[in-house]
Write a protein that binds this ligand. Sequence first.
Ligand code: PTJ
Length: 259
Amino acid sequence: MTEYDTVSADVEHEDEIPEDHPRYQDLLTRHRIEKGVEKGITHLQGMHAEGRGSAFDYLLGEETIPSADAAERAAAAHLLLADHPVLSINGNVAALVPGEMAELAAATGADLEVNLFNRTPERIGEIAAHLRDHGAEDVKGLEADARIPNLDHQRAKVDEDGIYAADVVLVPLEDGDRAEALDEMGKTEIVIDLNPLSRSPRVAEVPIVDNIIRAVPNMTEHARELADVDEAELQRVIDEFDREAALEEAEERIRSGEL
Ligand code: PTJ
C-alpha cells in the first residue's frame, strides 16, 4: 500500500489523480465519464458501458497487447489509404479522448462525425462544441441528411458527406446493430472495443481490443510513422494483419490472464 492508494472520491480535476496510482487508468476513465455525464455529453448508459469495458481491461492487464498494437497499425494504414475516412464520435468517446481524436483526424486526413446511439439535438451540439474546444476543426453529424439502411430512424441518422459517403469508418465503442448495418453498406470498419466477443469487433475488418485511451494515441503515432510510406507499403501493413488471430489472442488473454 502506498500513500497514493487512497484517492479522494470527490476528484474535481483529473490532475488530482496520481499517475503512479496502481489503478490510474481506471480512475482517469471513470473521472472523465463522470464529467461527461455532468456536462451533458455522455449518456447515463455510457457509465454502464464504461464499467463493462473496465472489467475487460482489468482482465487484459490494462495494457496494449501485441495483437492490438498490430491492429492499431493496420487501422492507421487503412485510414491513410482511404479516399474518405471518417471517425465516429459518441458520448463516451467525446468524454474520454476528444483531443486525441482531433489529433488522429489531423494525422490521417479523416473527418470527425458525431453519431449517437441515444440521439438528441442538444447532445449532438454539446459534443461538437466540446470537440472544437479540444482542437477539432470541422465536426460533422449536425446535418443528419442521410440514413444508414436497415436501422431504426434515430440511430440511422448520418451526414451524407460524412459516414454515409465514407469508405473507411472508425467506430469506437459501437453498438452491434449499427456496426452490422455499416458493414452491410460495404464500409471498411475499424472497431475499438474491449470485449472481443461483442458483435461490433466481430464484424469489423480491423477489431481493436484495447482501451480507447491507449488505442487512439497509438494509432496516431503509427499514422505519423507511416505518413511518408508509399501505398504498396501501407497495403502490406494491412495484408499482414490477421483479424481472426487478433480476436483469438485477445480472448485468450482475457480468459487466462494472470492478475
Ligand atoms: O453516446 P451514445 O448515445 O452514442 O451511447 C454510447 C454507448 C457507449 C452508451 C452505447 O453505444 C452503448 O450502449 O454501447 P454498448 O452496447 O454498451 O457497447 C460499448 C462497448 O464498448 C462494450 O463492449 C464495452 O466493453 C466497450 N468499452 C467500454 N469502454 C471502453 C470500451 N472499449 C474500449 N475502451 C473503453 N474505454
